[in-house]
Design a protein around this ligand. Structure first.
Ligand SMILES: NC(=O)c1ccc[n+]([C@@H]2O[C@H](COP(=O)([O-])OP(=O)(O)OC[C@H]3O[C@@H](n4cnc5c(N)ncnc54)[C@H](O)[C@@H]3O)[C@@H](O)[C@H]2O)c1
Length: 324
């Protein structure tokens, strides 16, 4: 069976997904669309795929599903139109720049019962599964997550109302794993170091304390003032074992041993493969994060961002029905 796919958003990440999908024997890319016509054209020529004018023309060409790789501010109407067309979709993280749009999209997807997947690819790392096994049966007491890096060059990133800010746009990957290891966070307090850069209202740094439903506690910190990514990952402390996990490595320490390993899975490819398998009628891989599950991570990220911005104590999920 060949799965017919269309791509919307031919920027850095859209191009990565398109190249991956074009390499799958059971996928036919039938169109690439982007309001920036040169971006769509360059990728379409590279992959020998037609450029599509808009969503409607992709739908008319008879796609089985769409890959939506647009910036955080561009979500909402796009997904609602895709749902109205009755099409399954893969969407890049974060679900939106805020919580209201993400909730509206998640509600529409749930009502339509469509399969979805999101760009939370870290869950496909085999090291994540190994780390989970290491803490299995041992209560997690503490997590410490971080994303310390540079300010990305895209103009939209530096504007909090466009990107959602660094917690929502970047640290969301590690917050997704925080949930996987320690369960749901109920309450967040935080603080932010305001931007020192002209043209950027995204904070220089944020720090927050998390209180979990289980009674565990955690911390999360971000900064975008470094020349490059220097630390992105999390540490997990459970009874008798600690785990240090990044996208490229895992260290597990117990009193008896220290074990270091690297992933043997290309998670960025695996996330595309897993959703194509679903579209082809196969089983959903346990690593797949659908829109409903991604909403929980987005709720946490928005709570951390809001707590850091306002200094108030924020309950996760607050602001869902009114602007945050
Ligand atoms: N999963 C990951 O590892 C990962 C890594 C980087 C970025 N991302 C996410 O992918 C998304 C895109 O990031 P990027 O780095 O590719 O950004 P980018 O700025 O390089 O590209 C975004 C593209 O979307 C297009 N676009 C803007 N508005 C649109 C709209 N309304 N409809 C269709 N296309 C539109 C732009 O013209 C641009 O070509 C972001 O949400 C980002 O957080 C995910």
């Amino acid at each position: 069976m060949t799965v017919r796919l269309g791509l919307i958003g031919a920027g850095a990440v859209g191009a990565r997904h398109a190249r991956t999908l074009a390499g799958f024997e059971d996928v036919e890319l039938v169109g690439i669309c982007d309001p920036a016509r040169p971006a769509a054209e360059a990728l379409a020529v590279e992959l020998d795929v037609p450029r599509a004018e808009d969503l409607e023309s992709l739908v008319r060409s008879g796609v089985d599903a769409l890959w939506l790789c647009v910036p955080p501010f561009a979500h909402g109407e796009l997904e609602l139109a895709v749902v109205r067309a009755g099409l399954p979709f893969f969407v890049e993280k974060p679900l939106a720049a805020d919580l209201l749009v993400a909730r509206r999209v998640a509600d529409a997807v749930a009502a339509a019962g469509l399969p979805t997947a999101t760009g939370y690819h870290w869950r496909h790392l085999d090291t994540v599964e190994e780390a989970r096994m290491a803490v299995s049966g041992r209560p997690v007491r503490l997590v410490d997550a971080r994303w310390w890096g540079a300010t990305p060059p895209s103009a939209w990133w530096s504007r909090e109302d466009r990107s959602g800010g660094q917690v929502v746009e970047q640290a969301t990957h590690v917050l997704d794993l925080v949930r996987l290891f320690a369960g749901e966070v109920v309450e967040v307090v935080g603080a932010a170091a305001p931007s020192s850069a002209e043209g950027r209202d995204v904070a220089d740094a944020t720090a927050a304390v998390l209180r979990f439903g289980s009674g565990a506690v955690g911390t999360v910190s971000t900064s975008c003032v470094l020349p490059a990514l220097t630390a992105a990952g999390l540490d997990v402390v459970a009874d008798g074992v600690s785990v240090h996990l990044t996208e490229t490595g895992l260290r597990i320490r117990t009193p008896a041993r220290e074990h270091r390993t690297e992933p043997s899975v290309d998670a960025r490819r695996a996330v595309d493969r897993a959703f194509v398998d679903v579209l082809a009628g196969g089983q959903a891989s346990p690593g797949l994060v659908d829109v409903a599950e991604a909403l929980h991570t987005h709720q946490l990220a928005c709570a951390v961002a809001r707590a850091a911005r306002t200094g108030a104590t924020v309950r996760v999920g607050d602001g869902e029905r009114s602007p945050h």
